[in-house]
Design a protein around this ligand. Structure first.
Ligand code: SF4
Ligand code: SF4
Length: 341
């Protein structure tokens, strides 16, 4: 069932939701952009619908809701260790279809990769529900339609903002009471509402069927050895990159106590594959780019049956060297067709 109401009325709904949920949505952090005088659109906590940025793509994704950039796994002393307590509230995330589909990729990695689900991911994932934000057009660099991630039915609410009016579709009976309580006393109207999904993007991609090992030594990768600076921005902005490293932190005032954290890691950064003894598996940026592309467009699918990349285009948006992931995949397709040598 769909409803139309004013922003004031919807903020009353948000106030009720905040009793049981933390609400994360795209917000604008003024002056925090990469360059001086620019803003950063990213995920943050909201308390009113006016704080949500509906018309711009976020630089970072919503993955931090279940996979924080830095997460304490346990606190330790010489004698014992203790896991941090978790906020009992649920988590509501405003997300676009590609980003909701990205959680399916994270679920595969953290819950289905081995014999046991990752308990830290699971405890947050079980609390997560989505508020669908529609895209009225494909943003720059998006190629979700090519990846089949432009649509989703996995959402509890749909929220559309038009001027001072909010349109809300309830797709989860658990949220019906919230609106129906408000219906009698306010001017909330029932309306027909269907989610709209982007069907075409400017960037279109044909993904090669089989990316086999014959491509490993192709000179294509050398181009990235010189262009890529290994900054890791593409990984940190990606909704499906999920690598982490471990850090033990010893407190200065009592060095026998501390905490173990896992923090985001990047396969594009020097040292990522370094092992004991100093051996490094992938030494050049070309090899690192090859690994990233093969993982996103070949190896992951072999294991889980669908591609890891959801076509959000964030890696292209943030790369300081204007390296384009879909262009790289396109070149691979041309190589397979015999067009690039
Ligand atoms: S690889 Fe790039 S386009 Fe694909 S999901 Fe990650 S950031 Fe988005
Ligand atoms: S953002 Fe660009 S330059 Fe930085 S690691 Fe990724 S591909 Fe390389």
């Amino acid at each position: 069932m769909g409803y139309q109401m004013s922003t004031v009325e919807f903020n009353n709904v948000i106030s009720k939701l905040l009793l049981d949920y933390r609400i994360l949505a795209p917000v604008c952090l003024e002056g925090k952009g990469t360059f001086s005088g620019t803003d950063l659109v990213t995920y943050g906590d909201i308390e009113r619908i006016q704080d949500v940025v509906f018309d711009r793509k976020t630089v970072y994704s919503a993955k931090e809701a279940v996979f924080p950039p830095s997460e304490t796994m346990f606190y330790f002393t010489e004698e014992e260790f203790k896991q941090p307590s978790v906020d009992q509230k649920g988590i509501l995330v405003f997300a676009r279809p590609c980003d909701i589909n990205a959680f399916k990729r994270l679920d595969a990695i953290y819950l289905e990769s081995g014999p046991y689900p990752d308990p830290y991911y699971l405890q947050l994932r079980e609390k997560l529900k989505f508020v669908l934000m529609e895209c009225d057009h494909g943003f720059k660099n998006c190629f979700c339609a090519s990846m089949g991630t432009n649509e989703t039915s996995d959402f509890s609410l749909l929220v559309r903002s038009e001027g001072d009016q909010i349109f809300c579709l309830i797709n989860d009976t658990g949220f019906e009471d919230l609106i129906s309580e408000s219906l009698a006393s306010n001017s909330i109207r029932k309306v027909d509402l269907q989610p709209g999904f982007v069907q075409r993007n400017k960037t279109r991609l044909q993904i090669p069927d089989k990316l086999d090992n014959s491509l490993f030594s192709h000179p294509l990768w050398q181009e990235y050895a010189s262009r890529c600076t290994g900054c890791g921005r593409c990984n940190f902005s990606c909704p499906t990159c999920s690598c982490f490293t471990m850090q033990d932190l010893f407190y200065r005032d009592n060095p026998s106590c501390g905490e173990r954290r896992r923090v985001w890691a990047s396969c594009m950064i020097e040292g990522y594959t370094e092992m004991a003894g100093g051996q490094e598996v992938r030494k050049t940026q070309g090899e690192r780019m090859r690994f990233k592309v093969m993982h996103k467009f070949s190896d992951f699918k072999k294991r889980f049956g669908f591609h890891m990349c959801v076509g959000c285009g964030r890696c292209d948006d943030v790369c300081p060297e204007y390296i384009s992931l879909p262009r790289c995949v396109q070149k691979l397709q041309e190589i397979k067709n015999g067009g690039v040598r």
